[in-house]
Design a protein around this ligand. Sequence first.
Ligand SMILES: Cc1cc2nc3c(=O)[nH]c(=O)nc-3n(C[C@H](O)[C@H](O)[C@H](O)COP(=O)(O)OP(=O)(O)OC[C@H]3O[C@@H](n4cnc5c(N)ncnc54)[C@H](O)[C@@H]3O)c2cc1C
Length: 462
Amino acid sequence: MRRIAIIGSGQAGLINAHGLLKAGYQVSLYSDRTAKQWLTEGRPTGTAVRFPMALAYERELGLDFWKDSPAATAGVNFVLCLQPGTPFLTLNGFFPTSALAVDLRLQSSCWLEEFERRGGKLHIEKIDVTRLDQIAAEHDLTIVATGKGGLSQLFAVDESRSIYKKPQRHLSMVNVINTNDPPNWRDTKTKIARYYELPTAGETIWTPYHHMTHGTSWNLFSEAREGSPLDIFRDATSGPDVLDRFKQLIKKVYPWEWEWAKDMTLTDPNGWLVGEITPTIRKPVGTLPSGRIVTFVGDTGMAFDPIGAQGANNGNKMAQHLTEAVVKHGAAPFDADWITETFDQFYHTHGEPAYRFNNTLLEGLPAAGQAILAAQYGSSGQTSDQSVKQKLANAFCANFSDPRYATAALRDVAQANALISQQMGGSATSAIMKGRLAIILNQIRWRLSDQTKFGMHNQVRA
Ligand SMILES: Cc1cc2nc3c(=O)[nH]c(=O)nc-3n(C[C@H](O)[C@H](O)[C@H](O)COP(=O)(O)OP(=O)(O)OC[C@H]3O[C@@H](n4cnc5c(N)ncnc54)[C@H](O)[C@@H]3O)c2cc1C
């Protein structure tokens, strides 16, 4: 039986480990923490909302332990604000099937225990390069899944694929409870994420979240452009500090949300993060001091800014691709050519579309994406809505799950028109013009109304 080693017990490493175990390989997983330490000492490395395509693979592997969680997210209420305090247009779309964010601490803890129960070999050990070299000597293939730091340096940055040289946003994240949700919210399965976009300032996103002890809760995260009104988290040093700043931000920038947010409290002392990520694509062959080679999966090889919620989704797809390639390769050696070819195939199929979609959001939607937003304006986000506007809004949301679907249309006007016509029937120009007119009329109505209430703008409802 061929032996495969995986280093790191985050999202990507564990999915890869379970996939290979299921395919019949002898898998050794090296984790720097135990299942218990994941719950008591770890920080979630991100929100990790997963969309239908990535969740389907977790289901296939029998890892969908939270499939009945009431924190499942049906869709997104996307709100474009021209400036703080001024909503401009909304999109209320549904994902093809629900998305889900499970606290990564709980998830890794459960998936680690399950890995051992299914016959995987677990080693609790922090791995350095010398030890990695020994591990590589004992295995047919060694996969590094240690995330963005440390061992990722073994893999050279692919300058031709990595567009950015520095972080594009400053990030902050916190898990909360005690929001003033609508009655029965905790029990319904039609929860939606809120995605506020301020083109010159950044994004503020909150999403239903399955927390390790509280269950249904919220995860808030902010993507601040440098020096913008959202850029207030850089020197935050604790969970209470981050939460306090989120409250200030919501009160000032999204005042209609204040009633919802004013009583929120932290879920736990470790459920927060601040930092920055330089989106980076690396070359898939890492060479150790002995000359042996290793490869990567997940953030180690492709690090995303979380703006488009792609990192964990991409990690699942990469793990699935790698597992299938290993199986296909039979008894042949896992040499540098095979590693490079395997990653190139993945990159062209899934990696690059995800990266391009994410970068499109980082740059701000160009004219094509704006035309789609205008044409769908009026999507109600009601499950009973069979309108063509709703169809187009849902098509926008489907792209989060599979960025091959509509990324080209978000970037290219001719392709945007084609998508609009395909989803709505009739002339794209007419749909865009009608949408723009409706936006202007609603702006006038909103300015004449009580602006602390955002009611006239549609919000997703069950
Ligand atoms: C604020 C924020 C929000 C996000 N939201 C989303 C989202 O909505 N959707 C989405 O798809 N993605 C999202 N992401 C990205 C997502 O969280 C990551 O892509 C994903 O968790 C990365 O998984 P990974 O397994 O590759 O790496 P990691 O999660 O970093 O796991 C690596 C593991 O390796 C272990 N390790 C490290 N070094 C060693 C060593 N030397 N020896 C042994 N073990 C080691 C670490 O303990 C860690 O557990 C978000 C990220 C952030 C920061």
